[in-house]
Design a binder for this molecule. Structure first.
Ligand code: C2E
Ligand code: MG
Ligand code: MG
Ligand code: MG
Length: 289
């Protein structure tokens, strides 16, 4: 479009921005309806021990929404929409309750990890919600772990710390999600009482080709050891990555190689392990270093 005048250009962008805002509001409306109608689903992805004890440690709850017109939308797209439109409280509460309810029917050895968004962490009474979810479902607190990202915590440290302590007092675990991608990851580890570090998959994915990434993975594992906080590596996709992580003493792993996120029926049906095209996680024949 060669000959747009200034005003035309402004109008063009204005119209576009308007459409984007309307779309997001419409999306939020659709999401609200989906929540009311019970059209949201949770898929679970296995988290496995990588050291000598091997085996399944638990499952991460991952929200799934298939929009009637658009089709499947990623939670990394619709969670921010829910945060902007005051939906995250009810959405977050739903996920928490549903995940605890599902997990209460699993093998008691398996825990469930639930993601908590920054807005949900700050704006809802999370300790009370967690307590209520545990009471209603009868899930034992040590089987629940909440995954937080750094962005949730940095705005108000004192308050974050207070909320985290209350949650830990319930006996619930706290994992630092996407570790390494934040602005002050080390400060976060020093300040807040995390029970687990989830190393972001960006580092795991680059490990084989990129010396820097591998060095960072090694350093994070060493850090975890000296702080006495177990490290889980996200996004393991290849045998090679798995071997490197085991060699380097990584405690736990998660990724498409070990199991894709899948529906709860399939978990229950098989007494826990996710059966899928990628791999059966609990296969006793699997050789581990
Ligand atoms: P996350 O918590 O870091 O979750 C891991 C994401 O990586 C998931 O994407 C998972 O499907 C994907 N993943 C797992 N293994 C692999 C792998 O080997 N390779 C690759 N390429 N990806 C892998 P998903 O399900 O699309 O979720 C994206 C993000 O949305 C999550 O990142 C989390 O931050 C957020 N999210 C998902 N469910 C919820 C929820 O119930 N509540 C909140 N607040 N956020 C959620
Ligand atoms: Mg997570
Ligand atoms: Mg993550
Ligand atoms: Mg993430």
């Amino acid at each position: 479009h060669a000959k747009h005048g200034f005003l035309e250009t402004i109008c063009f962008y204005d119209a576009n921005i308007g459409a984007t805002v309307r779309n997001r509001r419409q999306l939020a409306e659709d999401l609200r309806r989906a929540l009311e109608r019970g059209e949201l689903e949770i898929h679970y992805q296995v988290q496995m021990s990588l050291n000598s004890s091997q085996g399944i440690r638990g499952y991460e709850a991952l929200l799934r929404w298939t929009h009637p017109v658009i089709g499947p939308i990623s939670p990394s797209e619709f969670i921010p929409v829910a945060e902007e439109n005051g939906l995250i409280a009810s959405l977050g509460a739903w996920v928490l309750n549903k995940a605890c309810e599902d997990a209460s029917r699993w093998e008691p050895a398996y825990r469930v990890a639930v993601n908590v968004s920054a807005v949900q962490f700050m704006d809802t009474n999370l300790p009370r919600l967690v307590h209520e979810a545990l009471v209603t479902t009868g899930l034992s607190p040590h089987r629940l772990e909440l995954e937080l990202t750094e962005t949730a915590l940095v705005k108000d440290k004192a308050r974050s710390l207070h909320i985290m302590r209350q949650i830990k007092d319930l006996g619930v675990g706290l994992a630092l999600d996407d570790f390494g991608t934040g602005y002050s990851s080390l400060e976060t580890l020093r300040t807040f009482p995390f029970d687990k570090i989830k190393l972001d998959r960006a580092f795991v994915g680059e490990m084989e080709q990129d010396r820097q990434s591998k060095a960072i993975v090694r350093a994070v594992l060493a850090l975890g050891k000296s702080l006495d906080i177990p490290v889980l590596a996200e996004g393991i996709e290849t045998e090679e990555q798995m071997e490197i992580l085991q060699q380097e003493g990584c405690d736990e792993g998660q990724g498409f190689l070990l199991g894709r996120p899948s529906q709860v029926d399939r978990l229950i049906q098989h007494g826990g392990p996710v059966q899928n095209e990628a791999r059966k996680p609990a296969e006793p024949t699997r050789k581990m270093a």
